[in-house]
Design a protein around this ligand. Structure first.
Ligand code: ARG
Length: 467
């Protein structure tokens, strides 16, 4: 984007010119130009409404429409000349409009202030970003469903405290990430409702004496309704904070997911292979293949949460109504949206190409006495109290550790030395396959249950798409 110094935003109120540094310091056009199309969209609706209530003639409206269409094209072609003298995106567009069409351009701002204008622009901008983020989120969820289906029978260790706990299926593990992202999608949906309310008509802070038809403007812009209170409309940015909070949770989920991918791709775990296209090498160590995409996503979660903190602190201590502090909301917000879109996209692109190393996962589950709980449950089914069973199995694990064998590798008489309740049928439940298959209650890790969960998730997604 290029900016030049054209004529100052003129006002007869000022006897002196603005200090050159202050002009640069207070200008926001260097970043808020990104809301140009939303600003034009808002102005078109405002102008149509002004015409309907008789403030603009049909001819003036037509001039404004023609001028704004030309400006929109100039911006898209990269030909629009942004000026720091005009301070922000709003004044730049208005000044250009007046250059192009004359007097009608000067009438556009009737009954409007930059305060309700900027609040409207941000909401329009966020609306479209939320939709794009949701689309990328959906892509990632679909990728998770595809891989989960492929890996519904794959056995891996499930962890607590990063110690092998019980065997799970890889499909089940992936569906845990699916659930988190589903809630994120819902949170975005909910946030959208509060974003989608129209501030125009609040004017500077107190409303306006012109008989604006706020319902008409809201409808033209696709807002659910006009806002209720003018002071609130121009000052609060809670909807933006909420968006950053939802974004932080999404990044938190992606960061945890990233951490697992990084661990699993290491030589120590060796559970997965991340395709070359999503990794890079080292400039010094020829053997290296680094999981850059998940690492970077994990790192970027920090900046999004940082932006949430910025926005919270920005709002704190602001008296009603609008204060210039609020100009600082845009850079964090833009970066939250950009980061989310890019990270979700990278994940959605990468996930289907991740290869699970089934044998390594299986052996890792075998090494960690992952079926110890199954043995305890077996004893309970034969009549022993759970706490006693816990103790008995602890002794069996001790023997396994001392003799470097898994529970399924101990022989029957060794096991019977710990409890006479143990019989030959015990070996069926000591296998990893038997263990996962037995957890078939709703929400459990059994392959058949996971397949049902995947089918239900697909159906829910389709219903949402159609609804
Ligand atoms: N650039 C300003 C912002 O981002 C627009 C609103 C300015 N309003 C004002 N009264 N100075 O908040």
């Amino acid at each position: 984007m290029t900016t030049v110094n054209t004529e100052k935003l003129s006002s007869a109120r000022f006897a002196e010119a603005t200090d050159a540094f202050v002009e640069e310091f207070t200008a926001s056009v260097g970043f808020d130009w990104r809301m140009a199309q939303q600003d034009i969209q808002g102005s078109l609706a405002h102008a149509a409404m002004l015409c309907k209530i008789g403030i603009l003639t049909e001819q003036e409206l037509a001039d404004i429409q023609r001028g704004l269409a030309q400006i929109s094209e100039e911006i898209q072609r990269g030909e629009f000349v942004w000026s720091v003298k005009q301070e922000d995106v709003h004044m730049n567009i208005e000044a250009r409009l007046t250059d192009l069409i004359g007097i009608a351009g000067k009438k556009l701002h009737t009954g409007r202030s930059r305060n309700d204008q900027v609040a409207t622009d941000i909401r329009l901008y966020l609306r479209s970003e939320i939709t794009t983020i949701q689309q990328q989120l959906r892509r990632l969820q679909l990728a998770l469903l595809t891989v989960a289906e492929r890996e519904a029978d794959t056995i891996m260790p499930g962890f607590t405290h990063l110690q092998v706990a019980q065997p799970v299926t890889f499909g089940h593990h992936l569906m845990a990430w699916f659930e988190m992202l589903s809630r994120d999608h819902e949170r975005l949906q909910d946030c959208y409702k509060r974003v989608n309310i129209m501030p125009l008509g609040a004017a500077a802070l107190a409303g306006t004496s012109y008989p604006l038809d706020r319902f008409m403007t809201a409808e033209l812009l696709g807002f659910s309704r006009p806002s209720n209170n003018s002071l609130d409309s121009v000052s609060d940015r809670d909807f933006a904070i909420e968006f950053a909070a939802v974004g932080s949770l999404i990044m938190l989920h992606l960061s945890r997911f990233s951490e697992e991918l990084v661990l699993w791709a290491s030589a120590q775990f060796n559970f997965i292979d991340i395709p070359d296209a999503f990794c890079t090498g080292s400039s010094i160590m020829p053997q290296k293949k680094n999981p850059d995409v998940p690492e970077l996503v994990r790192g970027k979660s920090g900046r999004v949460t940082g932006h949430l903190m910025s926005l919270l602190m920005l709002m704190k201590s602001q008296p009603l109504a609008y204060n210039k502090d609020n100009q600082e909301d845009k850079e964090p917000l833009f970066d939250v949206a950009d980061t989310l879109i890019n990270c979700l996209r990278a994940f959605a692109d990468m996930l289907p190409h991740i290869r699970a190393k089934h044998e390594n996962m299986y052996q890792a589950a075998k090494r960690g006495f992952a079926t110890a709980t199954d043995l305890a449950d077996y004893l309970v089914r034969k009549g022993m109290a759970f706490r006693d069973a816990h103790e008995v199995v602890g002794q069996a694990v001790r023997l396994g550790l001392d003799t470097d064998r898994d529970l399924s590798e101990l022989n029957l008489s060794e096991l019977q030395a710990f409890s006479q309740l143990i019989e030959a049928d015990v070996f069926a439940i000591l296998t990893l396959e038997g263990s996962v298959a037995s957890r078939k209650l709703i929400g459990g890790t059994a392959p058949d249950t996971v397949r049902l969960a995947i089918a239900a998730a697909k159906k829910a997604m389709e219903a949402q798409n159609n609804g």
